[in-house]
Structures are given as structure tokens and as C-alpha cells.
Design a binder for this molecule. Structure first.
Ligand code: D41
Length: 714
């Protein structure tokens, strides 16, 4: 390779990578049709970054790697718009739209004239300036004459092309449009913020505006923003089409996103028709819109009409009813989700929001209520956007003198179990997982699952009906299934009663003369009966303790050997088990601390559910709870034998040294495990000390066994 050829080939590769990334960006962000998997895209980007790092002379501000290049600004510079950004006249009624059309007819004659029809995106209006094909400056609209220079932030918006997609770029091209935060991105952002306990964005428009006003472009880059073009500013050296709709087509060709909803129509009916059509789809659009915009399409006709003050007479924004309204909080209740999550809900004085009467709005979680400081009696802004649940956006301050601050209730409104607040988590939960009616369905479904109690034939629909239809005749009451323990009290009559209720609901009348099919019920009862004999691990998993999955259940079963031991274990003891961290330990303690859960477990026991405890180990011994690691060569016994004897005393023998190891037994030629044990300052026993330990405890054990007799005879 000659000295000269390297840069040339690097240059060619950089260019090839850039154009391929630009192409993928365009497909992904403008056409919304990704052409390659994300990982592949990331790989191209990484290659380009590496090449640019190795050849700094090839760096260019237009490179896709440079979108987040800028440093945080101290403030934004003013930016005077060479061509002012006009404002839009608003209309809220059909009459006003009719007036608009009539005025146009009066000026340019009644001959049909076309309008460009556009959704009115609810974001932030901006202007992008391209010189010789390169994006050089971007500014907010401001007052229309002077805005703020937010170039560095706009460069991070992936759907804004950094270079025009043309070989013959104009000297100057200014493109105006709206930066929006698409709904999906907004929802995801807020969900994350809520989980972290951070401030949420009030709505997508605030999200877009707030993101563009970040002084650090690296923050803007993390925000899901999109851009849509809808007008031109200054143009030098570019042949502007004769009508707006044709301009939008050309802007698309140059690489700009243009809303897929734009259309062309004629006359008042054409406009109103579009308004209806878009209005009906408003909730399904990927971004918020607050109306539609009508623009006389032909530029020569636009010129004929001119302006009033700063608004063109040839354009009109026809607004939808607002998505946000003000009302009063009459109460704050909590709802319990099917997994026990507690959600505060504001009860509201009924208010019409975007055509729907809203009486409840979610407050998401306790932290949100505190952050927004929502009190009973407050006037609040309520928002209903798309198919999203209405939510309280903010309080209209000041709070009335008699407004009552809210605190999380201590007990579940559904079942009276304790509400627990998971440390570091925004969500509070009802701890009565096995008992709470709100969690019933979920709890039973989980309990019956194949990897849990494995009750075949107990499907979701059957469970649905069992917890909602009053099919159980118990004494004087007739009720639905309440807990998993109830499953073991079911008999054939119960199931046939259930079937009858199901049939009645479906409008079928049971013919008393026809034989009732019973095979399905017998099979289900058999499956329930078969599930009675299970293992501790399966039972633990089936109980649905939060954070206790199948693997953890197995570990806990092996470590603790008995449900009673586990139920009484202190957090510190629990944490000593492998894979049990503070969170899992806390969930286990909470679960068994809730008397309602213990009650259900007792009912299971009484119903004859049996779980094999011990897992081949003594349930307790002098070394129970201790984790031991054996390493090196022993002389008087093998490592396996030593392990078995330690296990017989209750110890857990592990293969790797960690903070959770209690002591290490090191024979001859011990290697890295011994080093690690020393690094962690763990006690290390040599063979002699091990034998002494085994002797002492073996003596203890014998004494204990003769004291208590044979404990596991039954
Ligand atoms: O979608 C919009 N928000 C939108 C805003 C649009 N589709 N078209 C617009 N057209 C104009 C004119 C006709 C003045 C070029 C606009 C706006 N203006 C506008 N946005 C904010 C102020 C004015």
C-alpha cells in the first residue's frame, strides 16, 4: 500500500458509509420504513466513527456522526429571520371557515381553486437554513421576526437532513416546519421518567419545545423528536414550483419529512370533508395535532390575496376542540391493578375533553401526586389525548385554602392487606397477592401454570368465570372462587353449577332431561387433585411472590428446605442465599409478613396440598445457612466426601468464592480460589481444621438427634 493510496481509499470508504447511513436514516426517520436492522446500522455508524477518528482530515460537520457534536451553550443567540415567519389565523367553527372561503372567492373569482390540506401539528415551529446544500442554521419561530438559534439541537433531530438530497443544491433554501415529539416516544419517555422518579413532560408539545431549548445538545439527542416540513422561507437559486402542494413534493425529494396526511381539495365541502376525515383519525395519528390547515394552493393566487398584519389571508388553521380542560378534583382514590400495583386516581367534576366526558384521571403513582402537588379541591388541567387514559397534567395554582393534601393509604382498598412501597421504585403495591380480589385472576392463573402447580385444564377463561360467577354454594352463601386454596375444595356439583351459569350467560337453557356432560369437570378435578403432591420449589414459585421466579424458587427451596424456615427468615439470612439480593429478600419478607397470604397457605395445607421439603438435605444443621467452598487436594478424604459431610451438617457447598462464601477449605495446591478468598478476607481452613470441625459438629448432631428423637420419621 503506498502512502498516497491509504487516504484515498479511506476517503472513499467514509463517503460510502456516510451515504449509506444517510440513506438508512431517510428510510427510517422520513419514510418510517427501516431498511436494515438497528444492530447493522450501529455497526455502520461505528465503522464511520472509527474511520473519522483515524483520519481527522476527513471529518465534516455534515457527517452523520456529528449530529451530537456541539458543546452545551450558555444561552441561545438571537436569530433574525431573513424572511419573517408568518402567523396563522384560527377558526373554531364551520361559519368561520365558510367566511374564509367566501373572502377568497371574492378576490379571485368563484372558479374552483385548490387548497393544500394539512394536519396542524402540535409542536414547535422552526426554520432551517441550507446554504449550498448544507444545513447551516436552525431557529425557533420566536415572534416571527426574531427567534432563537437552536442549530446544535436541531442537528440531533434525526429526520432533519444535514445535507439536501440533490447534486445541484440551491444557494439558499429555508425550510419551515414543525418539530414534534411523537406520541409513542413521549409515552416511553414519561414512563422511564416515572420509574426513575424524574419530572415528566406535561404533553408532547411541551416535550418538543423543552427538548429544543436544552442548552446541552446531548440531552436533546436523547429526546424522541421528529420534524415535518410545511413551508418555504428565503430561496436563492432554486426553481420554486407554481403551487404549494408541488413544493411539498419537492421538499420530500430533497429529504425532508412531510406529513403523510397532506392532501389537496376544493371548495368549502372539500375543506370540511378533510377536517372530518382527519378529525376521525386524530387518535390514531402518531403525533398530536390540534387542527388542520387550509392553504390556497397556487402561489399566484396567494399573492393576489396578500396579508393582514402578519397572517396570510390565503391560509387558515381550523382547530379541533382542545385536549386539555380545567376541572376540580373531588377526591383521590387508589386503584389496584391485577398485579397489585396501586395507582392513585383523581375523581373529577365531569368535564368535556375533546368530545368525551371525563370524570376520572390517572395520577400514575404516589411520586407523581407529590411532584405535581395535587390536592383534593384543587383546580387541575386534565388532558385526554388519543386513546390514552385521561391524566392530570398540572395544578392551577394557588391551591384553595381548604385543599387537602393526599397521602398513600396504608391498606389496600380491595382486600385490606398492607400497601408496601418498594424501595427505589415509584410503584406501591398491595402485598396480599394471594388474597386480594384485584389480583385473584392473575394469582390463580400463575398458580395453575405448568411450571408452578401444573393444573391442566384450568385456562384463563375458566379462571375468569370462576372468580366472577357465584357458583360456589358454601353454607348459606353463594359466591365466586376467592383464593387458590378454594380450588382444592371444588367438587363435581360446583363445576356443574359453574357450567350452568356459563350456559345461562350464553343464552343456553339447560335441558333437565339431557344428560349433562361431566368428563371435562372430572378431568379438571383430577388435575387439581394431582397437583396436591408437589415440591417446595414449585409451590414457592406458584405463590407468586414478587421477584421470585422459577430459578429463585428452586434456590430458595434448596437453601431453606422448608416453607416455615423461609417464612421466618430474616432479610440478612435470605440475602446469604445465592442470587438473593436485597430486593428479592424484601419481597419475600413482605409476602410472609402479610397475614392474608399466610392464611391462604395454611388453607392450602389443610386442603391437603403437600410439598416435599428438605430436597435431600437436613432442614437444619449446625452449618445451615453457611456457604463453603472446597479447593485444592485433601489427603484423608476426597473433596466429594468432604462436601457430603459438610452438606450433612447443613452447609451449602458452592463452586465459586464470593462475598457470600462463609469459609473456604483449602487443600494442597489450592489456586485462584484461595487467592480470592484471601483477597476477600474470608476464613480459610486447612485439612486439619476441617477434620476438627467435622468431628465437633458430628458430636453435636448426634446429641441433638438423640434429644429430639427421629424428626423426619413421618
Ligand atoms: O402544522 C402546522 N402546525 C402548520 C403551521 C402548518 N401545517 N402550516 C403552517 N403554515 C404556516 C404559513 C401558512 C404561515 C406558512 C403553519 C404555520 N404557518 C405556523 N405555525 C406556527 C405559526 C404559524
Amino acid at each position: 500500500m503506498t502512502a498516497a493510496s491509504a487516504p484515498i481509499s479511506a476517503k472513499a470508504r467514509v463517503e460510502a458509509l456516510r451515504s449509506s447511513i444517510v440513506e438508512h436514516d431517510w428510510h427510517y426517520f422520513v419514510l418510517d420504513a427501516p431498511t436494515i436492522p438497528d444492530a447493522e446500522y450501529d455497526r455502520l455508524m461505528a465503522q464511520l466513527r472509527a474511520l473519522e477518528a483515524a483520519h481527522p482530515e476527513l471529518l465534516s460537520v455534515d457527517s452523520p456522526t456529528q449530529r451530537v457534536g456541539g458543546k452545551p451553550a450558555r444561552g441561545f443567540a438571537e436569530c433574525r429571520h431573513e424572511t419573517p415567519m408568518l402567523s396563522l389565523a384560527n377558526a373554531f367553527s364551520v361559519d368561520e371557515v365558510a367566511d374564509f372561503v367566501r373572502r377568497i372567492d371574492a378576490v379571485i373569482g368563484v372558479a374552483e381553486h385548490a387548497f393544500s390540506l394539512e394536519p396542524k401539528l402540535d409542536g414547535l415551529a422552526i426554520s432551517l437554513r441550507y446554504e449550498n446544500g448544507h444545513f447551516v442554521r436552525g431557529a425557533t419561530r420566536g415572534d416571527g421576526a426574531v427567534g432563537e438559534d437552536v442549530t446544535a439541537n436541531l442537528r440531533t433531530v434525526r429526520s432533519i437532513p444535514l445535507c439536501l438530497h440533490t447534486a445541484t443544491p440551491p444557494r439558499v433554501l429555508e425550510v419551515r416546519g414543525e418539530v414534534v415529539m411523537p406520541r409513542a416516544g413521549f409515552a416511553a419517555y414519561n414512563e422511564r421518567a416515572r420509574q426513575r422518579g424524574d419530572k415528566t413532560l406535561a404533553n408532547p408539545r411541551n416535550g418538543a419545545a423543552g427538548s429544543l431549548r436544552q442548552l446541552d445538545p446531548a440531552i436533546t439527542a436523547t429526546r424522541p423528536l421528529a420534524f415535518f416540513a410545511y413551508a418555504l422561507g428565503s430561496v436563492v437559486g432554486w426553481e420554486v414550483p407554481d403551487r404549494h402542494s408541488a413544493t411539498l413534493v419537492k421538499l420530500r425529494e430533497l429529504g425532508f419529512p412531510v406529513s403523510a396526511e397532506v392532501d389537496v381539495g376544493c371548495g368549502l365541502t372539500g375543506l370540511l370533508d378533510y377536517f372530518q376525515r382527519i378529525g376521525a383519525r386524530r387518535d390514531q395519528l402518531p403525533y398530536d395535532i390540534d387542527g388542520v390547515v387550509y392553504k390556497l394552493d397556487r402561489y399566484d393566487q396567494q399573492r393576489e390575496l396578500g396579508f393582514v398584519s402578519r397572517a396570510p389571508r390565503w391560509a387558515l388553521a381550523h382547530k379541533f376542540p382542545a385536549q386539555e380542560e380545567i376541572t376540580v378534583v373531588s377526591a383521590i382514590d387508589v386503584q389496584v391493578g391485577r398485579t397489585g400495583a396501586i395507582t392513585p386516581v383523581a375523581r373529577l367534576q365531569p368535564v368535556l375533553v375533546a368530545g368525551v366526558v371525563v370524570t376520572n384521571a390517572t395520577l400514575h403513582n404516589e411520586g407523581e401526586v407529590q411532584r405535581k402537588d395535587v390536592r383534593v379541591g384543587d383546580r387541575v388541567i386534565v388532558r385526554r389525548a388519543g386513546d390514552v387514559i385521561p391524566e392530570v397534567v398540572s395544578v392551577v395554582l394557588p391551591h384553595p385554602a381548604d385543599a387537602v393534601p393526599w397521602t398513600l393509604p396504608q391498606y389496600c382498598p380491595e382486600c385490606g392487606s398492607h400497601i408496601v412501597r418498594e424501595a427505589e421504585q415509584a410503584v406501591a403495591r398491595c402485598s396480599g397477592g394471594l388474597f386480594c380480589p384485584a389480583q385473584r385472576k392473575e394469582a390463580i392463573h400463575h398458580f395453575a401454570a405448568r411450571r408452578a402447580m401444573n393444573i391442566e385444564g384450568l385456562g384463563e377463561e375458566t379462571i375468569d368465570d370462576m372468580v366472577s360467577l357465584p357458583f360456589l354454594k358454601r353454607g348459606s352463601e353463594t359466591r365466586a372462587l376467592r383464593t387458590v386454596a378454594d380450588l382444592y375444595g371444588l367438587d363435581l356439583d360446583d363445576l356443574l353449577a359453574l357450567k350452568q351459569l356459563q350456559d345461562a350467560r350464553a343464552g343456553q337453557i339447560t335441558d333437565p332431561k339431557k344428560p349433562v356432560p361431566t368428563r371435562w369437570a372430572e378431568k379438571l378435578l383430577e388435575a387439581i387433585a394431582n397437583s396436591k403432591a408437589t415440591t417446595l420449589a414449585r409451590l414457592l414459585f406458584a405463590l407468586g411472590i414478587r421477584e421470585v421466579g422459577e430459578a429463585t424458587a428452586k434456590t430458595l427451596a434448596a437453601e431453606f428446605g422448608s416453607l416455615d424456615v423461609l417464612a421466618k427468615a430474616e432479610p440478612d439470612t435470605l440475602k446469604k442465599a445465592p442470587d438473593v439480593g436485597p430486593v428479592v429478600a424484601e419481597r419475600i419478607v413482605e409476602f410472609f409478613a402479610e397475614p392474608h397470604n399466610v392464611e391462604v397457605i395454611e388453607q392450602l395445607r389443610q386442603a391437603g396440598v403437600q410439598w416435599a421439603e428438605g430436597q435431600g438435605r437436613p432442614t437444619a444443621g449446625p452449618l445451615t445457612g453457611q456457604t463453603v467452598v472446597l479447593t485444592g487436594t485433601l489427603t484423608s478424604l476426597t473433596r466429594d466426601q468432604a462436601g457430603q459431610r459438610l452438606e450433612a451438617l447443613g452447609a451449602k457447598v458452592s463452586g465459586s468464592v464470593s462475598k457470600k462464601t462463609h469459609f473456604v477449605v483449602a487443600g494442597a495446591d489450592a489456586g485462584s480460589k484461595l487467592d480470592k478468598a484471601r483477597a476477600l478476607n474470608l476464613p480459610v481452613l486447612d485439612e486439619g481444621a476441617l477434620l476438627a470441625l467435622l468431628r465437633t459438629h458430628a458430636a453435636d448432631q448426634d446429641a441433638a438427634d438423640s434429644d429430639h428423637g427421629a424428626t423426619d420419621a413421618h
